[in-house]
Design a protein around this ligand. Structure first.
Ligand code: ADP
Ligand code: MG
Length: 634
């Protein structure tokens, strides 16, 4: 989570830097190098000049009806039947070589630009995109004269001109390029990411593909929207203008249903399945719009106004409704502290807020306002989507790790159980058969020892010792096979330890060690007394054998959450982690005379008492054994 936040912070930082850099750079340029002009003149064109002219007609040049306008004011309503207008921009004093004018925005379907004496430019567009950006070279002697724009307007926008600057051609060119380059870079990278994701989708598992596919379509569509909305490509490739415009519509049609679908995948169908119906409806509407798009292209835009009504005006209002619905659904999730929902919501809130604000402005200005901030809202939103997706993947990955760990543990447990099973079967039969002849042999040897000379007696005693050891081993095996499920009684812990202390204190003193007991008298468990003692003795004996000088063995018994907990800790040699792991394994021993059966038996006895035995140890520091047993009442 922390790393994800860091990545997010870095990404946002990078975006901010690019954004601020790009925004600041041209502004700085403007102030130093260029001359802004804020007002211009406007005139409706009543003369229907049929043939193309190469300079404005005299009636226009000498007209008394010019209105003065600025970026905020609108021209008066046109006289009936008038589709053309003139805009006159007075040229200030021009300094230096290569003077030029840059007109950031001029709304018209067609524009022809003149000075008093010559034609500068003819856009000659055959399609409906009415946003023009002009960069026109001038001559030094044009200073003091005017630029005349002859503009054709079919649609609502009426020849609005914004941001006019005069200056050196290269300064204006820089301004012009850097403004719109961001859009192309941003959109282009989104398209690339979207495409790569789309290709990746084919390699995904079925469970993820819907999630992934809808997200890649969202990103791809956003990229296409940003690229095709930018005036840059229209200026550089005017011949593809119509395709670009329809590409924008197409991207919008594919964005909306996939967006709603993605939302539905994360947040479910919502109150009364509202998301489900919304995304279904949007899918239908997108198809309908797509058909309209084809018809519009096939009829050569003859019914453009109908197309525009359905695919822009109505769709825009509909989008506001959809975004508000999504916000309404996702907010309760964030309040429930769902991290994914919070991240998603933050992105969505930024995006939806910006879009709603801009759409409202768009309609409030009579569809004159140009949407600008929406793409940055989208960037924020897409980042939040990617973070959510990444979190989902990380979560799944962790789950898989967890499962595989559990599987490994389970496997080990199974192997151990199998081994124990085999040994206990073998042990039961062999031990039983061997024990009798062993006892008989021991008896005869003892007899023999009493009669023989003292020189032989030494050997006979050694033989007896070894026989006792063999007998011990057999007892271990038998205990293992029958861990004492018979003769179950209620055992007093302090009582049991009193016996054990008596048996083991001599052994402890041989090893220069001390047994320290700490327990109350009212602790009881259920079990077979001799087996329980054997289990404890095995553990404590190991501790004693591990002691070095000034050895101490603490034995503490207490009650904890309805369990009896016995902790036996020594300050002996301790164990390495790999030794610790092998405890309880048959024949695992580090001692020259060890059998490696003691703990195996102990584990078995504790298990048969429904308890657990765990060890913790550190090489050189000591070992701690913890036994937990269900408490019994006295
Ligand atoms: P044995 O005592 O016959 O070697 P156990 O099963 O009782 O067999 O013990 C197995 C091994 O575990 C011992 O050899 C010893 O290396 C290690 N061990 C057990 N308890 C301790 C302890 N308290 N301190 C250090 N090592 C221990
Ligand atoms: Mg032992």
């Amino acid at each position: 989570m922390r790393t994800l936040l860091k990545i997010l912070a870095v990404l946002i930082g990078i975006f901010m830097m690019i954004f601020i850099g790009v925004q600041a750079y041209p502004k700085q340029h403007k102030e130093i190098q260029t001359v802004p002009v804020h007002t211009w003149n406007f005139l409706w064109d009543n003369i229907k000049s049929e043939s193309k002219v190469d300079r404005p007609p005299d009636q226009v040049l000498n007209s008394q009806e010019w209105q003065t306008l600025d970026a905020d004011s609108k021209p008066s309503t046109p006289p009936p039947g008038v589709e053309w207008a003139w805009v006159r921009i007075d040229i200030p004093a021009l300094k230096g070589s290569m003077p030029s004018v840059w007109i950031e925005k001029a709304y018209a379907n067609n524009i022809v630009a003149y000075t008093e004496y010559r034609e500068l430019f003819d856009s000659n567009r055959q399609y409906e995109y009415d946003n023009n950006e002009l960069l026109l070279p001038l001559r030094t002697e044009d200073a003091g004269g005017s630029i005349y724009l002859h503009m054709n307007m079919k649609e609502a926008r009426t020849g609005i001109v914004q941001e006019i600057r005069f200056g050196h051609f290269y300064d204006l060119l820089t301004l012009y390029l850097t403004r719109d380059l961001v859009d192309v870079l941003l959109g282009g990278s989104f398209v690339l990411i979207g495409l790569v994701m789309l290709i990746c989708a084919f390699f995904f598992h079925r469970n993820y593909i819907r999630f992934w596919l809808s997200l890649s379509i969202i990103i791809l569509s956003i990229g296409l929207l940003v690229v095709s909305y930018s005036p840059f490509l229209f200026t550089v490739y005017p011949e593809y203008g119509q395709i670009l415009q329809r590409l924008f519509d197409f991207a919008l049609f594919s964005l909306l249903p996939s967006f709603l679908y993605f939302f539905q995948l994360i947040f479910g169908k919502g109150y009364k399945n509202i998301m489900f119906y919304l995304s279904r409806f949007q899918l239908g509407y997108s198809f309908f719009s797509l058909i309209l798009l084809f018809l519009n292209v096939l009829t050569n835009e003859r019914y453009f106004s109908i197309y525009f009504l359905f695919t822009t005006t109505i769709l825009g209002v509909w989008m506001i409704i959809e975004l508000l619905t999504m916000l309404a659904i996702s907010i309760p999730y964030s309040l429930k502290k769902n991290k994914d929902a919070q991240i998603f919501n933050l992105g969505l809130a930024v995006f939806a807020g910006v879009v709603v604000f801009e759409l409202v402005r768009y309609y409030a200005s009579g569809q004159q306002y140009d949407l600008y901030w929406w793409k940055w809202g989208m960037v924020v939103f897409v980042i939040s989507l990617i973070v959510v997706l990444g979190r989902r993947f990380a979560e799944t990955h962790n789950q898989i790790l967890q499962y595989s760990k559990e599987l490994e543990m389970f496997n080990n447990e199974l192997q151990r159980a199998e081994k124990i099973e085999i040994i206990s079967d073998l042990a039961a039969s062999v031990a039983h058969e061997v024990r009798n002849p062993l006892q008989v042999t021991r008896g005869f040897l003892q007899l023999l020892g009493e009669r023989s000379a003292s020189s032989d007696k030494k050997y006979i005693d050694m033989a007896l010792d070894e026989l006792d050891r063999a007998s011990d081993i057999i007892t271990d095996f038998l205990t293992f096979a029958k861990p004492g499920t018979e003769n179950i009684k209620t055992l007093s812990i302090s009582e049991e330890f009193r016996h054990i202390e008596g048996v083991l204190t001599p052994l402890a003193s041989i090893h220069h060690g001390q047994l320290l007991l700490d327990m109350s008298a009212d602790l009881y468990v259920k079990g077979n007394s001799s087996k329980f003692k054997q289990a404890l003795i095995n553990i404590i004996k190991n501790s004693i054998e591990a002691l070095e000088d000034e050895g101490k063995i603490h034995i503490v018994a207490k009650r904890e959450n309805g369990e009896i907990v016995i902790v036996i800790s020594d300050n002996g040699i301790g164990m390495k982690p790999e030794e610790l792991k092998r405890l309880g394994e048959p024949y695992f021993s580090n001692k020259t005379k060890g059998t490696g059966l003691g703990l195996m038996v102990t584990f078995r006895i504790i298990e048969s008492m429904q308890g657990t035995l765990t060890f913790s140890s550190e090489k050189g520091a000591g070992t701690q054994a913890t036994i937990r047993l269900p408490e019994a009442s006295a």
